[in-house]
Design a protein around this ligand. Structure first.
Ligand code: NAD
Length: 429
């Protein structure tokens, strides 16, 4: 029962009696959460998660910050049906920053075999995370979702590890104890995208959206952070690759991720003037054009790859040429659909993930352009701190990315060709 609301100079406090809060016969844990709990929707997300798990909560105290800048603090008692249920609920609300008031150390268990996590391993989020070992909080480096946390027995450092990279005997975090996760809060200052946070935009004014994205990219570059472009072949089919190449030259694309197709069709367009056999000039299919992409792949294979083809002067224009000439790195990841593939394509997808990960950790922004496969793969690897823009003509793809639930993911439903032309024009001048 709520007994009273107390206002003091620092905060509004909501008090609930200890007796009321007690629910005997059920295990419970008292958790504390601090931050912009109301305007970032964190408090309601925590309560929704507890209810969704069919568990119960008691708000013990709730100190509401008085101004925009003040943080709020809530202490909540979470009741589960049994210890296992309680652990599940605590795991679910941990990603919103709720942590036990009396934290224990994290439980560490050795991996039973190469490539196998121990039972009950802690599955990471893409959020800023710390782990408590021997009473000391250690920051987890390389935040990425759906991995585990490994503790280096010698240095005591904590980092994320993919399942395939774990070795028998590695010490991994199990359960949800001794973990602190910081959720993404709504930005305090009015900034790009505030009007469309978490939204999938198909009806928003595109000019304004593009101007906001351009502003964000300028800010990321000014902060010395890199921008990843994740690119599908529709960028070439729509005739937009010269605009993307302009962004590379202007320094707004610092690494490109894609598959075989985007590189193949770009090189086809450079060598034959077609994309998927369709003339880039007239938009009409060319006689024998359906073979052009195969001939393009063959030509590059004969030269040993894209870079040797540029060096030999055989590839003298197009997006891939621009990347090579400007020293901008790219990672091309293979798929079951690939023809050839080009020698540059990493056909072992786990190796491709390894090649992408370091770029993901360094990036300040990522623009995903008309590729469901590579956009979602990259989205899984990005830390929540990376501002992400997903452009696709299919709202389902954009929704899937935006549903990662962070304020930093912006979905735009539009034709990628029109989008890139407008963005390059906005930044080029
Ligand atoms: P995908 O299905 O993952 O994504 C294509 C996306 O483009 C879709 O979401 C679609 O809605 C979107 N799209 C299409 N036209 C658009 C437009 N005008 N504007 C905005 N969005 C648009 O397919 P993918 O990324 O093209 O290919 C998947 C994998 O298959 C990749 O690895 C690719 O390299 C490979 N592939 C290889 C070949 C080849 O080797 N010949 C050909 C095709 C694809």
């Amino acid at each position: 029962m709520l007994l009273g609301v107390l206002v003091n100079n620092d905060a509004i406090q909501v008090h609930i009696t200890e007796e009321d809060a007690l629910m005997p016969h059920r295990p419970y844990e008292d958790v504390r959460v601090t931050g912009h709990l109301i305007d970032s929707g964190i408090m309601s997300k925590i309560m929704d998660a507890i209810v969704a798990f069919d568990a119960e909560f008691e708000t013990l105290t709730f100190e509401v910050g008085r101004t925009n800048e003040d943080a709020s603090v809530a202490e909540i008692r979470v009741h589960g049906r049994d210890e296992h249920h309680l652990d599940e609920v605590l795991g679910a609300i941990q990603m919103f920053g709720a942590e036990p008031i009396d934290p224990e150390d994290a439980h560490l268990v050795a991996a039973p075999a190469d490539g196998v996590f121990p039972d009950g391993f802690y599955a990471t989020t893409n959020l800023d995370t710390a782990v408590r070992v021997n009473g000391r909080w250690i920051q987890v480096t390389n935040p990425e979702m759906d991995l585990a946390i490994i503790i280096d027995a010698d240095s005591g450092e904590a980092t994320t590890v993919p399942m395939g990279d774990v070795k028998a005997g590695d010490l991994l975090v199990v359960g949800h104890s001794g973990l602190r996760v910081r959720p993404v809060e709504r930005p305090r200052e009015a900034q790009a995208f505030e009007f469309m946070n978490s939204a999938v935009s198909s009806e928003k004014p595109k000019k304004q959206v593009v101007a906001d994205i351009a502003r964000m990219l300028r800010e990321v570059r000014a902060a010395g952070k890199d921008v990843i472009a994740v690119v599908g072949p529709a960028v070439v089919h729509t005739g937009a690759s010269p605009h993307l190449a302009r962004l590379v030259e202007l320094g707004y694309v610092n690494v490109l991720f894609g598959g075989n197709a985007v590189a193949v069709h770009d090189i086809e367009s450079a060598l034959y003037g077609t994309s998927l056999g369709v003339s880039m000039k007239s938009g009409m299919p060319m006689l024998g054009g359906h073979e052009h992409h195969l001939r393009a792949i063959n030509a590059i294979r004969a030269l040993g790859g894209i870079k040797p083809a540029v060096t030999a002067g055989a590839l003298s224009e197009g997006l891939m040429h621009t990347l090579v000439s400007n020293g901008v790195p790219y990672v091309l990841a293979g798929s079951i659909r690939d023809d050839g593939p080009l020698p540059d394509v990493i056909t072992d997808v786990i190796e491709a993930q390894r090649a992408m990960r370091p770029f993901c950790q360094e990036a300040g922004a990522c623009i995903m352009l008309s590729t469901m496969l590579h956009a979602i793969a990259t989205g899984n690897m990005l830390p929540a701190s990376c501002t992400t823009v997903c452009v696709d003509i299919n709202p389902a793809v954009v929704t899937k990315l935006s549903d990662r639930g962070s304020f930093q993911t912006i979905g735009i439903v539009t034709d990628v060709g029109l989008f890139l032309e407008q963005l390059a024009n906005e930044l080029d001048g």
